[in-house]
Design a protein around this ligand. Structure first.
Ligand SMILES: [Zn+2]
Length: 252
């Protein structure tokens, strides 16, 4: 796993496969039936097919086949908790966030949670959409971390600069976030601050890399902080007037 976007940049694997097809295979795969992406042939293969390949090519398969991310029960439970807070909590429907969170404390947390949701078909649909979004994010993170580039990128992010006269209309948590100190020269003086609106939420590493690319291509900026109020996503950039660095500490 690479921590820096730049680390994987030089080792991109270009794969001609649609994201929807990858997602469908990922949703089908489980611990007992792992799936792999053959990055050379742009195919999804099973463990048996991988083993066949390993024996026919003398085991020289490293790097070519990438295992799909493992599904974890823990991740699902943490999604359930987030759903209870974020979605169910704001609906005011039959089920409350509290009742869902209580269900998650039970021994069979997953079963209890799903049983509760089945009482409210609308909320159940919302949960399925929420969970699908989480799976997509997991898969996009995996693509990014393995340096896999699809023929048709799964996301395209555009950024639009917000003019200073529009700043007052922004949510306060974005408007009031200000550059405080340069992390390079330590200057706490003047900073040129710029704000951008993002065309899509930046909730995984692939989307973060796409936003970075858009910002660099269009505005020549390479560092940003992401702020989201759930509905909109903003990128906040600043440059030190003393040394020109973009590595700035931001705070209220
Ligand atoms: Zn500086």
């Amino acid at each position: 796993m690479c921590a820096e976007g730049g680390d994987v940049e030089h080792a991109k694997k270009k794969v001609k496969i649609r994201f929807a097809k990858l997602l469908a295979a990922f949703l089908r795969a489980d611990e007992s039936r792992p799936h792999y992406l053959d990055t050379q042939e742009s195919l999804i293969v099973s463990r048996e097919e991988l083993q066949k390949h390993g024996s026919s090519s003398g085991g020289k398969v490293a790097g070519r086949f990438v295992a799909f991310p493992a599904k974890s029960q823990l991740a699902e439970l943490s999604d359930m908790e987030m759903f209870a807070y974020e979605v169910a909590g704001s609906l005011g429907g039959m089920l409350t966030a509290e009742s869902l969170l209580d269900a998650l404390k039970a021994k069979d947390a997953r079963g209890k949670f799903m049983a509760l949701l089945s009482e409210d078909p609308k909320l159940l649909k919302k949960w399925e959409a929420f969970r699908l979004e989480a799976e997509k994010n997991l898969l996009m993170d995996w693509l990014f971390e393995n340096g896999i580039e699809l023929g048709v990128p799964p996301v395209k992010i555009r950024v639009r600069e917000i003019a200073q006269e529009e700043w007052k209309k922004l949510p306060s948590e974005v408007r009031d976030m200000k550059p405080r100190a340069c992390l390079k020269c330590g200057s706490g003086g003047e900073f040129a601050r710029r704000l951008f609106a993002c065309s899509a939420p930046v909730e995984n590493r692939l989307k973060e890399a796409e936003a970075a690319r858009a910002l660099l291509d269009k505005h020549g900026l390479s560092k940003f902080d992401v702020y989201s109020n759930g509905r909109n996503t903003f990128l906040l950039c600043a440059k030190c007037k003393n040394c020109g660095s973009e590595e700035i500490f931001m705070d209220f």
